[in-house]
Design a binder for this molecule. Structure first.
Ligand SMILES: NC(=O)c1ccc[n+]([C@@H]2O[C@H](COP(=O)([O-])OP(=O)(O)OC[C@H]3O[C@@H](n4cnc5c(N)ncnc54)[C@H](O)[C@@H]3O)[C@@H](O)[C@H]2O)c1
Length: 176
């Protein structure tokens, strides 16, 4: 097992992770906390977010939980405000919450509402959060944005067409 705290020092930094209650998001919260960051664990499920924040605190880290549905603009604003009021700023944003894929996305068989939902979650929410978090990063003098994308963004799988194209858009958002 690597000692993350010796490899990276994020002491004094404040991280916000979307979809932090499970999977890659939970792992991101735990690794950021083990490197010393104060971590805001956000999730659609406030209960799941609290379980992760409590486990980080029990291990000696600094963490707070907040419910946030990334499909709701008001929730995005509340999450960033919550991070700033709880820990003072936002230095690190992990755009993790995402949806789609699973090989069921033949573009000729799915409907517009599904496509709009995937793009809302995988592209618009991360973009909105970049806009909301960036002023805190600029005023604090330290900023890092991590977008969790997918190999589907570069592979040509017709049954992942919508998920893959949304993640390709997210790649492009990060490269500009
Ligand atoms: N799991 C994989 O194999 C894989 C592969 C490549 C990329 N990814 C990407 O990694 C990210 C995380 O995937 P995962 O499989 O770990 O996630 P997951 O399916 O385990 O979900 C993580 C969390 O997201 C939360 N969530 C669901 N809808 C939400 C919403 N509207 N707002 C806020 N939170 C919400 C869930 O409650 C859950 O706790 C996604 O962006 C996904 O596209 C995953």
């Amino acid at each position: 097992m690597y000692d993350i705290g010796k490899m990276f020092d994020l002491g004094g930094k404040v991280a916000v992770v979307t979809g932090g209650g499970d999977g890659i998001g939970r792992a991101s919260c735990e690794i950021l906390a083990s490197a010393g960051a104060s971590v805001v664990v956000s999730d659609l499920s406030p209960d799941k977010a609290k379980v992760v924040a409590d486990s980080i605190a029990a291990a000696g880290g600094k963490s707070a939980a907040v419910g946030c549905n990334v499909l709701e603009d008001a929730d995005l604003e509340h999450m960033i405000d919550f991070a700033a009021s709880t820990f003072g700023t936002v230095n690190i944003l992990v755009n993790n919450a995402g949806m789609g894929g699973g090989g069921r996305e033949n573009p000729f068989k799915i409907d517009r509402a599904y496509v709009e939902r995937i793009y809302a979650m995988n592209v618009f929410a991360p973009w909105q959060l970049c806009k909301l978090a960036a002023p805190h990063m600029q005023s604090s003098g330290y900023g890092s944005i991590i977008n969790i994308t997918s190999m589907s963004s570069v592979n040509n799988d017709p049954d992942m067409a919508i998920y893959g194209s949304s993640k390709a858009a997210l790649n492009h958002l990060a490269s500009n």
